[in-house]
Design a protein around this ligand. Structure first.
Ligand code: AVJ
Length: 324
């Protein structure tokens, strides 16, 4: 079987979240107590752009820290992975980090970038296909929090999953364990996962990262309401909401909320939602892990920790996990 990409296949990603599913998720969240909206809704085209800007902020140490670890360790990762592996990335985003792996791995056979942002995914897949002509690039536009059908991969290739950025932090601990279990089944026995995880640290550093003085994180948070207005015909007045981010020490997570500045009624596809002054819509959790919590969650998912690396500031972890 040829492992090179079939050039006659278009690099089109499969269509993203349907608007019916979007509507039921939004209505479920807005009618619960407390009100919630799922963090994955941040990443429409504008949200994906805003997130890229966040990643360049001095205050947002996560991306830089993770990249410094990956740069230092990518050779070791390549040795552990061995030749001709099939790479699967959960949340490929701007497609920057994967280039480090694609450059270092020994003749990787295939790369499946999975992302919810359709345009960004297609652009990234096309660029990678031209820069890495010997790798089969098979983009999948999907919400990976739901069950997935992966494209066919070379049957005997070792599978190497990549879940960077501390996106694992968006899951509550039980969900994180369930999601990692799905990855473990996907990679199969002996398969690997390279996982990026943000470390628990002082509150001031966390606050600066999630409430930056340039207002980019606030714009990112508020953009979710604009998106819902546009895609579901809702009438959120974004001027009546404020960005709120804080570290919930008890729960070990940064929380982002949108705080209503007055009593108001919002309409979402014919449903009226009452929101009181000071009430919040909880849009994101970013759990921060200490070493023991990390060992527990990956262990509960059937992975063993093969390597655990940090950066010079002890801000972030990159771990190589092996499916047992
Ligand atoms: C992409 C989910 C890892 O939680 O730090 C950035 C998203 N939220 N600023 C994170 C985010 C606010 C980010 N993740």
């Amino acid at each position: 079987m040829s492992l090179s990409r079939h050039s006659e296949l278009p690099l089109r990603a499969i269509a993203p979240v349907e608007s019916r599913e979007l509507l039921s998720e939004v209505l479920n969240g807005l009618t619960s107590t407390p009100k919630t909206l799922p963090a994955k809704l941040f990443y429409d085209d504008e949200g994906a752009r805003l997130f890229e800007r966040i990643c360049t902020l001095d205050e947002y140490y996560l991306t830089r820290s993770e990249l410094s670890i990956l740069r230092a360790r990518v050779g070791e990762i390549a040795t552990l992975a061995g030749p001709a592996c099939a790479l699967i990335e959960y949340g490929s985003g701007a497609g920057t980090k994967i280039r480090l792996l694609l450059d270092a791995l020994h003749a990787p056979a295939a790369y499946v970038p999975i992302d919810i942002s359709h345009l960004q995914l297609e652009r990234v897949a096309a660029d990678l296909a031209s820069d890495y002509p010997r790798v089969a690039i098979c983009p999948l536009c999907a919400d990976y929090t739901r069950p997935l059908t992966l494209p066919a991969l070379p049957p005997h290739a070792r599978r190497l999953a990549f879940f960077p950025g501390s996106t694992i932090g968006n899951f509550h601990p039980a969900e994180a364990s369930a999601f990692l279990t799905r990855i473990r089944r996907t990679v199969g026995p002996g398969g690997m996962l390279v996982l990026g995880v943000d470390r628990r640290k002082d509150t001031a550093t966390l606050h600066a990262a999630y409430d930056d003085p340039h207002g980019i994180t606030a714009a990112f948070n508020l953009n979710m309401l604009r998106r819902i207005n546009r895609e579901l015909g809702a009438d959120f007045d974004v001027r009546k909401f404020q960005h709120l981010a804080f570290f919930n020490d008890q729960a070990g997570r940064v929380e982002m909320h949108l705080v209503s500045t007055e009593d108001q009624v919002v309409h979402v596809a014919g449903t009226s939602v009452e929101i009181a002054r000071s009430e919040t819509i909880w849009t994101e959790s970013s759990y921060k892990y200490d070493e023991e919590q990390l060992a527990n969650v990956v262990g509960s998912a059937g992975f063993s920790v093969e390597r655990l690396w940090t950066d010079r500031n002890d801000h972030f972890w990159v771990s190589v996990l092996v499916a047992t």
